[in-house]
Design a protein around this ligand. Structure first.
Ligand code: NAP
Length: 490
């Protein structure tokens, strides 16, 4: 047995989790790692989303890799471009470039004889002993299912495809949607437009989150004192994971009551006009849909040139949006802030596992994985952001580090035992998914609203337990839930 055995490992995706995976693999001596990135630069969601006002609503001192602190965050919550700069810095500091193949979209991954071969837009690559997917969750834009979408004569785009250099000064702008993306955009552009029409299908609960600048003195204190910076990270992680996330899954009723009260008071105190206030009042429980964090949206929607349109959209027409009351909202620009399909996990990639099993067949009823990280019949295939990842409760970077840690532990196990291939057992996977379903019924996400956490069948694809449970499960793989394959390499 060779405990220094080097595996050939493919990572799909060069966003935050792909970069982190390379660093973590190298820490355990696995240096033969190739990252396949479809674009010509790294950055994932922070590279692709370039809309005005983009920022992360997880505090910056928490929204970073645990191993790469940053004393220089300029705001409580960093802007998209600041986060992208941070990722680029980590990429350079850890010399990731030599691992990445750019413009290499993976079209297919096939397991055969104990190894994976990838078909990419730059040719066939492999074989690899292990594949780790790090493709993000919100990649595939969801377009609104309204008639006439293609007939609009002005400028129309989904928020993921914000046109560079778009001028909105003096324009009549419409935006469909009132989720986290739309509310950031509305706040950022309202003062530029001559008229901004916000088409709201469902009102959102909004938690006020003041995004104040970090003073130079504070940055200097963090530069001088890494222990202080770590303490800030630990305190935020405690708040986020043990209070906030626990409240969302029903484990911290007092914290939940505080969140609920804060959102309700925010609405009461921020919106003066009682008619507008009622239009903005959700009819479902706080936290059922992903909370919007903003201390500027209510102000923006009360500007004289802004209008909240709550009549249903009947059709898109060449000159604007027609609502069911017969009114045509004339527009020059129409922004589709209609979110993403979070359940098309790997589409359009084809994945073929052991004995020719396709992922399409394995997931024909619904996308189900073992602990959100591995799939029966697909050996040595680990996912960051797989089905039932904690999308509605934890900060994604914390999730990604733990899921990556799980894959690393499985790889180490294979190396020290000499096992060639592992995949979770079907019954362990079934039991996990049954437990998820049972627990999900008691979470706030199941309390009667429609959200992007739900798949087409109404299954909620998140993690219905506490952060501690997630950390424990990711930290100690149950090896008897796996089967081993000692397959002869072709
Ligand atoms: P989203 O939360 O799914 O919101 C989509 C919006 O479009 C909803 O208001 C939805 O209404 C509306 N919509 C969809 N189809 C429609 C139709 N046919 N007619 C009218 N309205 C329609 O998407 P998102 O705002 O892009 O956010 C997605 C997630 O990305 C967030 O929940 C968050 O996790 C993440 N995100 C985070 C940040 C941040 O960190 N600050 C920023 C942006 C995004 P319904 O509610 O009725 O479905």
């Amino acid at each position: 047995m060779d405990i220094t055995r080097k595996l050939k490992i493919a990572v799909i995706g060069g966003g935050a989790s792909g970069i982190m995976t390379v660093i973590k693999l190298r820490e355990i001596g696995q240096t033969d790692v190739q990252v396949f990135e479809r674009a010509s630069e790294i950055g994932g969601t922070w590279r692709d989303n370039r809309y005005p006002g983009i920022a992360c609503d997880v505090p910056s001192h928490l929204y970073r890799f645990s191993f790469a602190p940053n004393p220089d965050w300029t705001h409580v919550c960093a802007s998209g471009s600041e986060i992208l700069d941070y990722l680029r810095r980590v990429y350079d500091d850890f010399d990731i470039q030599r691992h990445v193949v750019f413009n290499a979209e993976v079209k297919a991954a096939t397991y055969d004889g104990g190894r994976w071969t990838l078909e990419t837009t730059v040719g066939t690559r492999g074989p690899f002993d292990v594949v780790i997917t790090a493709m993000g969750i919100l990649r595939k834009p969801a377009l609104p299912d309204v008639p006439g979408l293609d007939s609009f004569a002005g400028t129309m785009f989904h928020t993921l495809h914000w046109p560079a250099g778009l001028q909105l000064e003096g324009k009549r702008v419409g935006i469909i949607g009132t989720g986290s993306t739309a509310t950031q955009i509305v706040s950022a552009i309202v003062s530029k437009t001559s008229k901004l029409s916000v088409f709201q299908r469902t009102a959102q609960w909004i938690m006020p989150l003041p995004n104040t600048p970090v003073s130079e003195e504070e940055k200097e204190r963090f530069r001088r004192d890494p222990v202080l910076m770590q303490k800030r990270y630990d305190d935020l992680a405690d708040d986020f994971n043990n209070k906030w996330a626990a409240a969302i899954v029903g484990q911290a009723p007092r914290v939940y009551a505080h969140i609920e009260r804060t959102c309700r008071e925010n609405l009461e105190q921020s919106v003066k006009d009682p008619v507008l206030r009622e239009k903005l009042r959700p009819d479902y429980k706080v936290g059922c849909k992903r909370l919007v964090m903003s201390d500027s949206f209510y102000n923006a929607i009360q500007q004289p040139n802004a209008e909240l349109v709550t009549d249903r959209i009947e059709a898109i027409e060449p000159n604007g949006v027609r609502t069911v009351d017969g009114r045509l909202h004339e527009l020059d620009v129409l922004i589709l802030a209609t979110g993403f399909n979070a359940h098309a996990t790997f589409e359009p990639m084809k994945i073929i596992g052991r004995n020719g099993l396709t992922l399409e067949d394995a997931w024909k009823d619904s996308a189900q994985a073992y602990l959100a990280v591995a799939i029966p019949g697909f050996p040595n295939f680990f996912m960051i952001g797989g089905p039932n990842s904690p999308i509605g409760n934890f900060s994604f970077l914390m999730t990604a580090e733990r899921q990556c840690g799980y894959a690393i532990r499985m790889i180490q196990h294979m190396v020290v035992t000499g096992i060639k291939a592992v995949a979770p057992k079907a019954d362990a996977t079934r039991e996990f998914n049954e437990a998820v379903r049972k627990q999900m019924g008691s979470t706030i996400w199941s309390s009667g609203c429609r959200s992007w956490y739900m798949d087409k069948k109404g299954n909620i694809a998140s993690w219905p337990w506490t952060f501690q449970r997630f950390e424990d499960m990711m930290g100690m793989p149950e090896l008897d839930h796996y089967e081993q394959f000692d397959e002869a390499h072709a």
